[in-house]
Ligand binder design. Structure first.
Ligand code: ADP
Length: 488
């Protein structure tokens, strides 16, 4: 049976044909899903416009809007097993990881609910006594939320929760591969009592449906997570329409091991930073810089850890890496490994797909470490989005910063050292949006996230993340009973 999509509060078949959702581990079909047509896009956006302007939503008090999000969090939590299984079927990540993402979505909804109900407008300080000034925050209108396939539900709630809490309506276009989990999320918002029309989930191709959504004149904000090329296109469209964007884009993050690092801690952290999610993470620590004195010792330990990682069926327990999203993506990862070889790199471990037995029908790739390249190599400059780590050497802090900052990206970095002064100094000198010191890939909803340089514009999360879905209005209230005096 073809799955329905969620158009302005109605479940029905989209008018744009169908797509299939595949389980990446064995290529079996999870479901056939209908997709939105351009008419569906128009309808969803027009109804979203009516819904956010409706006084029953516009005037709803923040704590009442928050109540819906608290309920969303509760429902997500009670359904954690089922939702993590569904996500694993959608994108092939191990169940332990998808469970983490589901729990993080619940935590986000709850945190944003609290931020919403405790958010204060401001009485601004006044320099004259005959008027009072206020700064209030209002919704922007219809928000386009466009999400990728690597961390669905978490990245979707990260956009939906603050956008709705701020009083907007949202049209969500999930990645084609992970539409099932996004549709399930719509059911959860519906069950939590979100009024009709405020949310649509339009399944379809990015270049067609995503493009039509962001170009629609009633869409007043784009919140996007995905690749830098797409993000740049969206920024052009936003510039033309003079609307704001939050763009969370690609990365090529350095992870740095100083000679005073705790080698065991660092080796495990570096392996986790690149190989969890099979490297399919914008924040993956894909460029490893090791200080020359510990280069051999560190690499030896990292290699042992890497070779002990279990690549396998994502529904099995004890698996570290599941399948890549699909065969096309695996081929792209493999092309980068071949490029690395052409550029003079050597494979320390991995470097190939797993194709026999239980791996035969999926897209499994071994965790791969490459040595012998310089940071200027194409392999070190472009995002691979797979389980491929390039290990390089550095001499001192100056040399390290030169190499680490030599990237068009600036999403994240890891620093492994026992010297807190050095950690501080290097974290301030790295041109990135997030630094992890003696840890990697840890997230908290209370901490703003976003990139420097071509890794993005704007910040999500944090108590003030909700502000990016609001516009500020200043109000002057005259208190003087006399007419305005003419300026002299
Ligand atoms: P990824 O490499 O993570 O798939 P993409 O940028 O291709 O990154 O995709 C992220 C999201 O953006 C997906 O939901 C995709 O469908 C959507 N998308 C892709 N191209 C466009 C486009 N031209 N306009 C709007 N959305 C798009």
């Amino acid at each position: 049976m073809v799955k329905e999509i969620y158009i302005a509060g109605e479940w029905r078949l989209g008018r744009g044909g169908t797509i299939k959702s595949y389980f990446p581990a064995d290529n079996s079909v999870n479901a056939e899903i209908s997709t939105a047509s351009l008419e569906d896009v128009n309808e969803a956006i027009e109804k979203a416009e009516q819904a956010w302007r409706d006084p029953s939503w516009r005037n709803r008090l923040p704590h009442e809007r928050a109540r819906i999000l608290y309920k969303v969090a509760d429902i997500i939590e009670t359904r954690v097993d089922e939702l993590s299984r569904l996500q694993t079927r959608d994108n092939g990540k191990p169940l332990t990881e998808t469970r983490g993402l589901v729990m993080s979505a619940a935590a986000t909804a709850r945190y944003i609910a609290a931020a919403c109900e405790t958010f204060n407008d401001e009485l601004t300080t006044q320099r004259a006594s005959d008027f009072m000034t206020l700064s209030v925050h209002e919704p922007v209108g219809v928000v386009a939320a466009i999400t990728p396939w690597n961390s669905p539900i978490a990245s979707e709630v990260q956009k939906l929760a603050p956008a709705l809490a701020a009083g907007n309506a949202v049209v969500l276009k999930p990645a084609e591969a992970t539409s099932l989990i996004a549709l399930e999320l719509a059911k959860i918002f519906e069950e939590a009592g979100l009024p009709k029309g405020l949310l649509s989930v339009l399944v379809g191709r990015g270049s067609v449906i995503g493009d039509a959504i962001v170009k629609h004149p009633l869409v007043r904000k784009i919140s996007f997570t995905g690749g830098t090329t797409t993000g740049r296109n969206l920024a052009h469209i936003a510039a033309e329409k003079l609307i704001t964007t939050s763009l969370e884009l690609g990365g090529k993050s350095p992870t740095i091991v100083f000679d005073d690092a705790d080698i065991e801690l660092a080796a495990k952290g570096v392996a986790y930073g690149i190989f969890s999610s099979a490297g399919q993470a914008c924040i993956a620590g894909s460029r490893l810089f090791i200080q020359h004195k510990v280069y051999d010792r560190f690499l030896k330990r990292l290699n042992e850890i890497t070779q002990n990682l279990r690549v396998g069926h994502p529904e099995k327990t004890g698996v570290h890496m599941g399948s890549l999203i699909n065969q096309k993506h695996l081929e792209s990862v493999d092309r980068y490994v071949n490029l690395a070889l052409k550029e003079g790199g050597k494979i320390l471990t991995g470097g190939k797909a797993l194709t026999d037995g239980e791996y035969a029908k999926g897209s499994f790739y071994l965790p791969t470490i490459i040595t012998g390249l310089n940071n200027s190599a194409q392999t070190c400059q472009e995002e691979i989005f797979g389980p491929v780590l390039v290990a390089m050497k550095f001499e001192d802090e100056e040399d390290l910063l030169k190499q680490a900052n030599d990237s068009c990206y600036g999403l994240a970095a890891g620093i492994w050292t026992e010297n807190f002064r050095r950690a501080w100094k290097i974290s301030r000198a790295l041109e990135v949006g997030t630094v992890w010191i003696n840890t990697y890939k840890k997230f908290s909803i209370s901490v703003p996230f976003g990139g420097f340089k071509e890794s993005g514009i704007g910040r999500e999360k944090g108590r003030l993340g909700i502000l990016s879905y609001m516009q500020q209005k200043s109000i002057y209230m005259g208190l003087n009973e006399e007419p305005n005096a003419w300026a002299e």
